[in-house]
Every structure is written in structure tokens, then in C-alpha cells.
Design a protein around this ligand. Structure first.
Ligand code: SF4
Ligand code: SF4
Ligand code: SF4
Length: 269
């Protein structure tokens, strides 16, 4: 378990604690204000900050520790994300009272492309996303939020995983959990922050991939599927097979999906 579980889990994995979805968190005026302008503050401002950090990183080859710590602390307080494998996402979505699909704020920011792969979930009668300012997408408040059944949402997310999406959950001022995202490395703000300035603003899943060398035929499909460079090919006894580095693995499960021999499984980290 991560430090989030200790702080917000009440003895469980933090995202399994019902209190983190509860409507009474929405009575916090600061959270309401945050949600209203969340798209522009988290994404427009977030991408601008990343641009500035990339410039520093290119010049110095690394970021000052104080800058990294400030960035991590800010995301942990405001819009904290964690990777989850599809079965855990399914459990969360099934319990939701309402699910709406909305455009991806990262993909909109990077290329003004409307890709509908973000899901706002609510577990009580007062849906948090009603207050969100859709101006960010050039839409009115009643445009762009598409109600969808939990079963359909899960099916869509499984299809996105086929195309390499990493499933993530996100807080709207921590610990309130409101969004489930399906991210791609070139567009997701958190994944770009990881690859371009080497700062982890998104937690790894509670799981880690392991590969069974006996079952592996060395096809390399998992290697190509992994967005986190966690898989290496090794040789032994005249054959090649893969090994997963647990320190790099984010536990997304993409390698498991593409493996046709059943060599990869996810185990608790
Ligand atoms: S976190 Fe993922 S799905 Fe959500 S807005 Fe960013 S890329 Fe899109
Ligand atoms: S996809 Fe499966 S069989 Fe292919 S290299 Fe990876 S673990 Fe081995
Ligand atoms: S090794 Fe597998 S589970 Fe781990 S990050 Fe890569 S694709 Fe995801």
C-alpha cells in the first residue's frame, strides 16, 4: 500500500474506501471552486508548467529537487492520479450511480482533438461534474457530458486498452475521487511529465507485472506494448524470454493483455 492508503484508506487500499467518493466531500466550498475551474487550472496551466520544466530539463539535464517536490506535492493535494488495472476499474465503475463520458482534457490541450475517453463518476445524488466549466472545450455546460451505463463504460475502456490506453483514476482535490481516464503516453500530462522531465506525478498501481520465463516464447509483443520501458529481453538455455523490472513497472496490465501464452500476470506490489 502507498502512503495514500495510510492517510486516506481507513485500513483499505485508498480507492476502495467509500469515504473518498462520498457526497459530503462536495460540501467543501474550496473543492466546489476547484472543480469549477479545474479544466483550465489542471490542464492549461499544467501543460504550460510542463513546457517551462522541459526547458530547464534540457538545459541542465535534470530538475532541481525542490522543483520536483513542489510539483509532486501540488498534484497530490489537487489532482492526484493512480494507474489501475482493468479489473479494478471495472469494480469502481460498476458501483457508480452515474457515469458520464467527456472529452479528454489532455488530448484537447495538445492537439484540439476531441477524444471522448474520460469518465466522470458519481456515487451519490449530487454529481460533482455538474459545476464543471466546459468553456475549456468551447462547449456550454450542458454540452459534452454524455450519460452512459456502467457496463457500456467498462466495455469502451476494454476496447481502449486494446489500443494501448492506460487506465487511471483521479482526484478532484484529494481525496475525493471523481474521474477515470484512459491515457496515452504522447498526450497525457502525467505520462509526458514522466517521460520528459522524469517526475512521477501519478502513482503506480497496487500491482506489478511478473513474467513466467517458462511460458514466454520471446515474441516481444509485451515489450512493444509497455509504455514504461519496464520489459527487457534476456537469454538463457539457448532461448530468449522477457523479464519485468518491478521498479519501472506501473502495473497497468497492457503486457498481460497482449501475451498469447499467459506468461504474464499481475500480483500485488
Ligand atoms: S489523464 Fe488521460 S484521459 Fe484524462 S485528460 Fe489526461 S490523457 Fe485524457
Ligand atoms: S508477450 Fe508473452 S510470450 Fe511474448 S515476449 Fe511477452 S511474455 Fe513472452
Ligand atoms: S510491465 Fe506490463 S504491467 Fe508493467 S508497466 Fe509495462 S505493460 Fe504495464
Amino acid at each position: 500500500m502507498c502512503e495514500f492508503c495510510t492517510k486516506h484508506g481507513d485500513g483499505k487500499i485508498w480507492y476502495k474506501n467509500a469515504a473518498n467518493y462520498a457526497n459530503d466531500l462536495l460540501s467543501d466550498v474550496r473543492r466546489r471552486m476547484y472543480i469549477k475551474d479545474f479544466l483550465s487550472s489542471a490542464f492549461s496551466d499544467g501543460f504550460q508548467t510542463l513546457g517551462r520544466l522541459e526547458t530547464i530539463f534540457r538545459k541542465k539535464g535534470r530538475l532541481p529537487e525542490a522543483v520536483k517536490t513542489a510539483l509532486i506535492n501540488k498534484t497530490r493535494e489537487e489532482h492526484f492520479g493512480q494507474v489501475l488495472p482493468i479489473e479494478e476499474i471495472g469494480d469502481l465503475v460498476k458501483k457508480a450511480l452515474t457515469v458520464v463520458r467527456m472529452p479528454c482534457a489532455c488530448r484537447w490541450n495538445t492537439g484540439k482533438k476531441e477524444v471522448r475517453c474520460c469518465y466522470a463518476v458519481s456515487y451519490g445524488p449530487d454529481a460533482w461534474y455538474k459545476d464543471i466549466n466546459m468553456d475549456y472545450f468551447g462547449k456550454t455546460p450542458d454540452e459534452g457530458l454524455e450519460s452512459i451505463s456502467p457496463d457500456n463504460a467498462i466495455q469502451q475502456m476494454e476496447e481502449m486498452e486494446e489500443h494501448g490506453a492506460v487506465h487511471t483514476i483521479w482526484t478532484m482535490m484529494t481525496p475525493f475521487i471523481g474521474a477515470i481516464c484512459n491515457c496515452s503516453p504522447d498526450e497525457c500530462l502525467a505520462m509526458r511529465t514522466l517521460s520528459r522531465v522524469h517526475v512521477e506525478t501519478m502513482e503506480r498501481s497496487e500491482y506489478v507485472g511478473i513474467a513466467d520465463g517458462e511460458l514466454c516464447n520471446g515474441c516481444g509483443l509485451c515489450y512493444e506494448a509497455c509504455h514504461f520501458n519496464a520489459i527487457d529481453s534476456v537469454s538463457g538455455n539457448g532461448r530468449s524470454f522477457v523479464r519485468i523490472d518491478p521498479y519501472r513497472c506501473f502495473g497497468c496490465g497492457l503486457c498481460r493483455r497482449v501475451c498469447s501464452t499467459g506468461a504474464i500476470s499481475l500480483v500485488l506490489r
